[in-house]
Design a protein around this ligand. Structure first.
Ligand code: PRX
Length: 646
């Protein structure tokens, strides 16, 4: 990969694009800077409130409250409002299953199903404030379940369907959920993923779940536990479709979403109602230049991640968008599946991740060329730094050379997009996220917290609260403060990313600076994988690092020492990799796993992960004589070399 920050060429939007853009006046930046609260307020006003707020922002660092005293309901804003305005027949989702089956869901249908399911949830004893865990694949019932929770004020906690049973247990226990919503299975790469089996395994690991609602997706036989399990369609049959939305305070919790941190335990990132929806809606409208009456918008992420929460469900529905939603793999039945779908529905806006773009590059442009993608007018990227080659390929082969690209930096914690071009006015540079969204104040600082000069790199911080920010970690204020607000003081949010300001003051993201890895745009914690490895009977100690990978951005490299009496073998290696997949999910399975007699440690006993990272990368390593056990390094290097070449 070339050095991103050396890329000189800029891309200006075409005159036609500028003229029709939702925002094309650079004055918005100044306007928002002059009075950020008034800027956010003007966008909050575009939502339907049942009671206007008294205070726009109460900032008691590091705790923010937005639109205090205001009340609204997210499901009302995403559904009822549009149906009442006469858009009931407008398509909310063109859904496509992997085997090729399709469903078209209008706003009126969505409202009816959400209301009915909301009543069904009430019937199961769910009331305002009760967290509901949702473990569903990419089927229409997933947004329905989220919106039904929002309608009755029950925070949802969505667990990505690729996560393991153990991940469900951890999240159910932490959130204290009584209800789990899952499916009999789903389709992925032509196979059936037996989700109910994982859910059953999870429910053996926790006794918290009183009711398990099962969506029928595949029709395969699944085990049913009498009294606990109930079919989704049976519940709908017995429920009324009139469910007035619960009036929620702006600061009531809308959802929890667990994300990997620097320790083994996932963090329950907590988002609230008014501020989150305001930021979701305005960023979606301005960054994607959404025209609700003409655009067909497709965010090709999974709803199990924050990208899907904000930019498949809440932002687009609040803006009355018509979206595409796809269940399966991008290469099934062939590597042109996404382009076939894009052509079929006339997709105009596409939002995906660099790792996907690099896969498309590898497969070759011929798959794209099979289809007419001329309806596309805007492309987005998210999840990891996009290397200039991937940016340029995306621009040329998917965008036909004339679609602006918005490279959007944000996090589960930020709730919505934070650093991004605005497509009607920003001259973009391949690989740069460019500028803060109006009202956002990123500051790149050095280790002491001093802002760096143009042309320098440092750590990314956010120096001003924003409406979509996480409010805390579920039941763990202390960890909230420690993780984000300790390094540079209580009023400065530490994002955990490195960043560079170029000579023009534009921002380039450089990847994580902590023990969080980014594999195919998915966040993984080294500590979490280490504890999964150590939980295996044969393992004494483990260290995990992320090394760079041309395809997935980073890949998991694991170093393992065995308990005495245990012997390394290919079979044990296979078992350990599977063990990680079982404990966390397949995406956490180490790309390579090396057995070593010891791990390199400092004299105070700390594992030298930085050294292991260099070894995994195949880099030169410096002086190791200060280690407690310098002789081990040679052995580990040899192991790593063998692993790399195999
Ligand atoms: O390292 C940054 C990277 O993804 C992290 C956040 O991961 P997650 O909470 O899973 O949310 C991903 C989708 C919003 C960040 O700390 N990241 C996300 N977007 C970008 C990025 N890195 C560089 N450029 C981006 N556009």
């Amino acid at each position: 990969m070339t050095d991103a920050a050396n890329s000189e060429h800029t891309f200006a939007p075409s005159r036609d694009f500028v003229n029709q853009a939702n925002v094309n006046d650079p004055g918005v930046y100044d306007e928002a800077e002059r009075d950020p609260e008034a800027w956010w307020e003007s966008h909050a006003r575009q939502l339907r409130w049942t009671r206007e707020w008294d205070t726009t922002l109460e900032w008691d660092p590091p705790y923010a409250k937005w639109f205090l005293g205001g009340t609204l309901n997210v499901s009302d804003n995403c559904l009822d409002r549009h149906v009442e305005d006469g858009y009931g027949d407008k398509v909310a989702f063109h859904w496509e299953g992997e085997p090729g089956d399709t469903r078209t869901v209008t706003y009126a249908e969505l409202l009816s199903e959400v209301s009915t399911f909301a009543n069904a949830l009430k019937g199961l004893g769910v009331s305002k404030g009760d967290p509901v865990t949702i473990y569903l694949p990419m089927v229409p019932e997933l947004p329905v379940a989220m919106l039904a929770c929002a309608r009755i004020g029950a925070p949802h906690s969505v667990v990505f369907a690729g996560f393991s049973a153990q991940s469900v247990v951890d999240r159910v226990e932490d959130a204290n959920s009584k209800v789990l919503i899952t499916a009999d299975g789903s389709y992925r790469k032509g196979n059936i993923v037996p989700l109910k089996e994982s859910a059953d395994k999870a429910m053996q690991g926790t006794d918290k779940i009183e009711h398990c609602v099962v969506v029928k997706r595949t029709g395969e036989d699944v085990a049913f536990t009498e009294g606990r399990d109930v079919w989704y369609h049976d519940l709908l049959d017995g429920a009324d479709d009139d469910c007035p939305p619960e009036e929620m305070d702006a600061e009531d919790t809308l959802f929890l979403l667990y994300s990997s941190g620097t320790t083994g335990k996932p963090k329950g990132i907590q988002h609230t109602t008014g501020g989150y929806l305001t930021q979701a809606a305005v960023t979606h409208r301005l960054v994607f230049d959404l025209k609700p009456d003409t655009d067909v918008y497709w965010c090709a992420a999974d709803i199990g991640w924050i990208t899907g929460h904000t930019y498949i469900v809440y932002g687009p529905l609040a803006n009355r968008a018509t979206s595409v939603m796809y269940e399966g793999a991008p290469d099934h039945p062939d590597k042109d599946r996404l382009w076939e779908i894009a052509e079929k529905y006339g997709v105009t806006i596409l939002y995906t991740a660099p790792t996907a773009i690099r896969a498309f590059m590898k497969w070759g442009p011929e798959y794209v060329e099979r289809h007419d993608l001329s309806t596309l007018r805007l492309l987005g990227s998210v999840g990891e730094p996009i290397n200039p080659e991937a940016w340029l390929w995306y621009h040329e082969h998917i965008g036909g050379g004339n679609c602006p690209i918005v490279d959007t930096w944000w996090q589960t914690e930020t709730g919505g997009i934070m650093i991004t071009p605005l497509p009607g006015m920003t001259e973009t540079k391949p690989g740069a996220a460019m500028r803060p969204f109006p009202g956002i104040k990123p500051v790149v600082v050095d280790d002491e917290g001093n802002p760096v000069e143009r042309g320098e790199s440092g750590l990314l911080t956010l120096a001003r609260p924003w409406p979509g920010m996480l409010r805390t970690l579920w039941n763990d204020d202390e960890r909230y403060v420690q993780t984000y607000w300790a390094r540079f003081g209580k009023a400065i949010y530490f994002a955990g990313d490195g960043a560079r300001l170029d000579e023009d003051g534009d921002i380039w993201l450089l990847g994580r600076v902590d023990d969080v890895m980014n594999v195919s745009g998915h966040r993984l914690s080294t500590a979490e994988i280490e504890s999964a490895l150590v939980s295996h009977d044969a393992v004494a100690e483990a260290a995990v690092v992320g090394r760079s990978d041309a395809q997935t951005g980073q890949a998991v490299s694991a170093f393992v020492t065995l308990l005495s009496g245990q012997h390394s073998s290919d079979e044990l290696r296979r078992q350990l990799r599977e063990h990680v997949a079982e404990r966390i999910g397949k995406l956490a399975r180490p790309a390579e796993l090396m057995f070593t007699d010891d791990l390199p440690k400092t004299r105070s006993g700390k594992i030298m992960r930085r050294l292991l990272r260099d070894i995994a990368e195949g880099n030169e390593i410096g002086d190791v004589t200060t280690l407690a056990n310098p002789t081990i390094v040679k052995q580990i290097q040899q192991e790593a070399q063998t692993a790399r070449s195999s």
